[in-house]
Design a protein around this ligand. Structure first.
Ligand SMILES: [Ca+2]
Length: 199
């Protein structure tokens, strides 16, 4: 209604307003934060075959590691489990039987898909809930790890993984270790499942 009144009074003013409106719409649709966070766990070492209370995983055999991971961008600086609300927030990354030392090299990803008005995370912590698989007594807690890093995006042609770094173990930091690496990659709105307005 306002447009039509202005257009009747001034075609030049009408053209100017329509161009501005078009630009605002397009910029609004295209602006935003679109990133993918990849976290790769590389190696687990538990040479004393321990669970969290200092007992052995199994009496006669090595541990049976079962690793659950949650990438925490909500409360990365808080203690384990940070922003994870329940076990259902965690994803099983890997499992293996009868092995105290495990080469993993498997990754989990999380996308950041927000409007430009939302603040980007400053830090990220991958929460790793390491269990010992047991048929009869349930899965014992082996260790809880925080694998933290600064949220910093890679840019054009530089999507390499970070250097490996140790995660921090809660119960047995001197006896159980986990190493990881990460990368943060800009992605397109389509990869976030959002549509852009055609130019
Ligand atoms: Ca076991």
């Amino acid at each position: 209604m306002i447009h039509s009144r202005l257009c009747r009074r001034s075609s030049a003013l009408c053209w100017f307003l329509l161009c501005c409106a078009s630009l605002v719409c397009r910029c609004g649709a295209l602006s935003g934060h679109y990133y993918r966070i990849d976290v790769m766990l590389t190696e687990l070492h538990n040479p004393k075959s321990l669970i969290h209370n200092g007992k052995r995983c199994d009496v006669f055999t090595a541990c049976d590691p079962l690793l659950y991971v949650y990438i925490d961008t909500q409360k990365p600086r808080e203690t384990f489990p940070g922003g994870a609300r329940s076990q259902e927030d965690f994803t099983v990354l890997t499992s293996q039987y009868n092995s105290d030392t495990l080469t993993i090299n498997r990754s989990l990803s999380k996308t950041i898909c927000g409007s430009s008005s939302q603040a980007l995370p400053t830090d990220v912590t991958a929460r790793v809930d390491a269990r010992d698989h047991d048929y009869f007594t349930g899965h014992d807690i082996m260790e809880e790890f925080n694998c933290s890093f600064v949220f910093r995006a890679s840019w054009e042609g530089d999507y390499a993984w970070s250097e490996e770094r140790p995660c921090k173990a809660r119960f047995h930091p001197l006896d159980i270790s986990l190493r990881f690496k990460w990368r943060v990659i800009p992605i397109t709105p389509e990869q976030c499942g959002q549509e852009t307005v055609p130019a």
